[in-house]
Design a protein around this ligand. Structure first.
Ligand code: HEC
Ligand code: HEC
Ligand code: HEC
Ligand code: HEC
Ligand code: HEC
Length: 402
């Protein structure tokens, strides 16, 4: 139903484990009343999935609009082409499934069918290739003949140049500090809103930062992400990367790819040096260990770790972490492409944090630069001599004809 109904009135109950309600029910969390669906109308409205269907889950991951992905939020239900050249209703008006084509309900995507850069066929060559990478439709030389951009596509992902900023209409959550959770005002939990009307502080969750028009960070990426598990030992002295992308400059399947980096401060076991899974959501009225009931981290962590059968030493603290999300949607019109100088400059380059390879303009590698200039000067001289030669020969042959 959630994938195929189009009335827009089919709503699940937030704490219903994926089920709608059978009678009108108020959800305490947002004080809204949830009604049972009109099953007949819902069933009769079944159609191919539109952006709203897919977005019911993918725009709200993490419990709210734009919490997780910075390039997938409710602004894509009816975007203009300025926000997304493909999905813009005043442009191509693509549904998600135009690119995420399916075979027997297997949705072409990052991990399911085709990895990021491996399948570099174009639809012209083979119309049956899942239309999933940009290259599947545009080929890897999408620009005018001799355009410098074409020389980049073996190292720089299309998205790196074509998505200058994400979260361009709705804000996205970029930081979550759990260590400040649990504060109360007059003995009661409270919420503070930010300039976007999003929660900047919530007793249940701590401090949160939301941003709009965010510049991505750039990392080498071959389409796979590694994931830290609750059994892995961490080094709490620095920031812990939870899902570092796999890839490097020497791997032909890797590209410099744009990411949203979400940072956090979250609880960990000080003795075992592992991240932990605290029990947050109260299960019924008698549940005293849930963090959102008593705001006691120690009990919540103990209960959570016991529940999943993992050790907990009894001592916790908070550690700085980061989590990355690849950025692929919200392709901007070509006028707004990332300019050459935004990468190729010595101060404040978008790629300032990536090192180990040479980029003209960004890096001062004087021998190479000097050779470069000599080559340019020589070619220029060559052209002049060539032209002079032609003029001389031209004059001669003209005079012969006379
Ligand atoms: C009921 C919620 C729900 C709906 C509706 C839904 N998805 Fe998903 N989708 C998920 C979940 C959950 C995952 C992650 C599954 C996993 O990791 O195994 C996922 C995974 C994906 C992935 C792979 C992501 C990756 O990291 O590789 C793609 C692509 C995708 N969905 C696209 C779509 C499209 C297109 C639609 C609409 C036709 C859609 N989804 C509808 C819940 C949903
Ligand atoms: C213009 C083509 C296009 C359209 C339209 C499109 N996608 Fe994607 N999507 C992609 C590409 C390309 C990737 C990246 C695949 C890869 O990394 O290999 C992707 C990746 C994803 C992922 C995985 C994200 C991740 O973290 O890696 C999800 C989920 C997803 N899309 C959902 C959607 C949903 C929902 C819609 C509709 C609102 C949609 N897409 C519309 C091209 C598209
Ligand atoms: C180094 C940056 C860069 C990379 C990487 C890049 N592009 Fe471009 N792209 C540009 C620029 C700059 C333009 C604008 C050219 C113009 O206005 O004539 C452009 C224009 C386009 C256009 C419009 C074409 C036209 O002539 O009107 C398409 C389509 C396109 N790019 C697709 C892609 C795809 C697909 C990829 C990945 C295979 C890609 N680009 C990689 C910089 C880049
Ligand atoms: C299902 C096929 C398909 C996929 C996949 C696809 N595109 Fe496109 N793209 C199109 C079509 C169709 C157009 C509009 C016609 C045109 O301008 O060539 C377009 C237009 C564009 C333009 C030109 C926008 C302008 O201002 O004129 C850019 C840039 C672009 N795409 C980049 C990308 C990038 C980056 C990706 C991957 C994230 C991608 N495309 C994936 C089909 C696709
Ligand atoms: C997203 C960042 C980015 C943008 C935007 C970008 N470049 Fe690059 N450029 C790179 C990287 C990374 C390399 C080195 C890897 C390689 O050789 O492809 C590079 C290499 C080059 C090189 C030396 C290698 C070669 O292919 O000749 C030239 C020249 C160059 N870029 C010119 C341009 C021009 C002109 C533009 C604007 C149309 C541009 N770049 C836009 C990232 C970028």
């Amino acid at each position: 139903m959630v994938c195929h109904e189009t009335t827009g009135k089919y709503k699940k109950f937030p704490a219903g484990a994926g089920n709608p309600v059978s009678k009108p029910t108020v959800f305490k969390g947002n004080k809204k009343t949830y009604n049972p669906p009109d099953w007949n109308k819902t069933a009769q409205s079944v159609s191919r999935p539109n952006r709203k269907n897919c977005g019911t889950c993918h725009f709200y991951g993490g419990g709210g609009d734009g919490v997780k992905h910075g390039d997938l939020d409710s602004s894509l239900v009816k975007p203009d082409k300025h926000l997304d050249v493909h999905m813009g209703i005043d442009g191509q008006d693509f549904d998600c499934t135009r690119c995420h084509s399916t075979t027997l309900h297997n949705i072409a995507g990052r991990v399911y069918t085709t990895p990021a850069a491996e399948e570099r066929k174009s639809l012209i060559e083979d119309d049956l290739t899942p239309k999933i990478t940009c290259v599947s439709c545009h080929s890897d030389v999408p620009h005018k003949v001799n355009a410098k951009a074409n020389d980049h596509t073996d190292k720089v992902a299309c998205q790196a140049c074509h998505i200058p900023k994400f979260a361009r209409v709705n804000p996205t959550k970029v930081r979550w500090d759990w260590s400040t959770a649990g504060k109360k005002k007059g003995g009661k939990p409270f919420v503070i809103k930010d300039k976007f009307g999003k929660n900047a502080y919530d007793t249940k969750k701590g401090d949160m930062t939301w941003e709009k028009n965010v510049k991505p960070e750039y990392l080498w990426y071959n389409g796979s992400l590694t994931h830290l598990t609750l059994k892995d030992t961490i080094d709490p002295t620095g920031s812990v990367m939870i899902n570092p992308p796999v890839g490097n400059q020497n791997d032909p399947n890797s590209r410099i790819f744009p990411f949203k980096v979400h940072t956090a401060k979250q609880p960990y076991d000080k003795v075992n040096k592992t991240l932990v899974a605290p029990h947050l959501f109260p299960k019924g009225k008698t549940d005293k260990s849930a963090y959102w009931k008593k705001f006691d981290w120690n009990n919540a962590i103990k209960f959570g770790q016991d529940y999943i059968g993992l050790p907990y030493s009894g001592e916790f603290d908070f550690v700085e972490t980061s989590y990355v999300f690849p950025i692929t949607h919200m392709v901007a019109p070509k006028e707004n492409v990332v300019r050459c100088q935004e990468c190729h400059k010595s101060e404040g380059s978008r790629l300032a944090k990536l090192s180990g390879f040479y980029m003209p303009g960004r890096d001062q590698f004087s021998i190479l630069d000097t050779i470069g200039w000599i080559v340019i000067a020589l070619s220029f001289l060559g052209i002049i001599f060539h032209a002079l030669g032609r003029i001389v020969i031209g004059i001669r042959s003209n005079s012969k004809e006379d």
